[in-house]
Design a protein. Sequence first.
Length: 661
Amino acid sequence: MTAKPLRNIGIFAHVDAGKTTTTEHMLYESGTIRALGSVDLGTAQTDSLEVERERGISVRSAATSLIWNGIHINLVDTPGHVDFLSEVERSMRVMDGAILIISAAEGVQSQTETVWHALRTMGIPTLIYVNKMDRLGVSVIQLIQEIKRLLSVHIAPLQIPAGEGEQFAGIMPVWNADMNDENGFGLTRSLVLETIADLDDELLNRIIDGEEIPNHELQEKLKVLSREARLSPVCFGSSQRGIGIQELLDAAVEYLPAPAGGDAEDLSGIVFKIERDKLMGRTAFVRLYRGSLKNRDAVTNLTRDIQEKVTQIRKINGQKYTDLGQLYAGDIAAVYGLSQSQIGDILGSSTGIPPSPSLAVPLLTVQVQAKDESRYQELLQALQELTEEDPLLDLQWLTKERELHVKVMGAIQLEILSSLLLTRFGLEADFGQPSVIYKETPAQEGEGFIAYTMPKPCWAILRFAIEPLPRGSGLIYSSVVRSEHLLSSYQNEVQRRVPEALQQGLLGWEVTDLKVTLIEGEHHVWHTHPLDFVVATPMGIMNGLASTGTTLLEPILHFRITVPEEFGGKILSELILMRAEFEAPSIMHGRCMIEGIIPAATSLEYPVRLRSMTGGRGVMASSFTGYQECPPDVHAERKRHGVNPLDQSKYILSVRSALST
């Protein structure tokens, strides 16, 4: 058992659905803060970055905590903009339950769907909270239909709104509401009963037999189904006005599960967030699944095979903190002293730690330059620090060219990056034109061979079998070479170097969706040095790619466009020009909805153009769906960094630092 009753809850939503405002009111209602902050005024507890306070949007997940009905709740407020999906992904991994906020005015939006599907894939119990019930144009009936159509039919309303839109006056419990559906929303106790019976055969048989099911039993069954992630309770409210917040907190502790794992078990935890504190320095946010952690404990980082010493453990609440001294199973806290641990690193053992969801895929690469060239080294250090906090930035430092490249999700992230460099590091930076990240894959099966035996002393002979795999497979590596022909230590070196060798294919892009098998290998008793395989592996791999040839792959987005009906024909014509594939459009209530897939390269600027063309009435929602082959007429080549291993003589001299410039 954990040391105290606990809930770990992530708050997720599309941008502007009211996550931060809801979190603020939860902290206020629980007595954690004495005065309400405001997102618009930049005084919200969980918006700690200057750029968040200026812009009124969350760009980093923020961990805070409160106590409600004697239960400690760790709340993680996550960003809503698609450009910061990596923050959402990392937070989701360490949550036991989720509150998914939907704006009653906007309905189910693209990020809502993306997050919902990830929560379902991971089996995380989810409570749906419909916020902004007092906004103009809200239709409860349409909203419930949309939730059932786009998210799940297994939803159970816990309340009935008293009115909607400007007439919204509050909420009533659903339990005694069968005879009182005066609003005609259809949100009744009978609906809850039917939803539960659809998932519980025993209850269904009792209903068929005419048995009356008491409320307390219905609530108990709802609790079990919700905690098993088979059904989602639904709450209503207006966070801005503080309506529905207490009921949301009640539902969160009632219908979302407590963490598993005990304090006496072996340590098992994960680092899910890295920040820097002005006074304390590097801060690692840790979720413990099992065991406990104390100040001065030596901790084994399983991922990096190192030991680090805990110097302090704190619970962070906005700008305030509490020293804990000890962290128990199931809990989350800021841990100091883990100077080498990175995001995603496992502490202790991996027992009980869930896999990471894969939501965020950066589709753009961009070069960053310091406006003042003399501050190039400072810019490098700043970007290295930011990459520690968001590994998907994947900083590439090309030392010879003195170039810095980062990967980003979109234009908003670039703006935030620029702002962070200025406010936090005092650096003005220029960003080049973002370009789409293509990939390559082998066009057919083939072999790569290298006999690296000159200039002596060296000896490394390798032969690889290379074959293409289906889209999304990534790299699969194996070896069939016996250790008497090639020592295991040398084979391990080859295995380490293969992913590096595939970072630049024939066209300069990362090579993916392939199987590489080491089918022949040879070392020499006297002449071989382990570094020979560092040199030989890229040459063998590139030799193989030259024999297979490569096919260019481009990132593809799933999109949904909704526009007034009169724009439908024009939009369809433009989509065809952009190489989109789509189903027949559907017309409903004077609006045309088109759904399909489209290349990222042709549609980067389209959402802005669409809004302009339709006077703000057209909306395009999109999410990454995968890579697929480019048509033959699409060619994208990237400048290769460093010497091409296909030019073996020059490459060997380069690696041996014997190449004159």
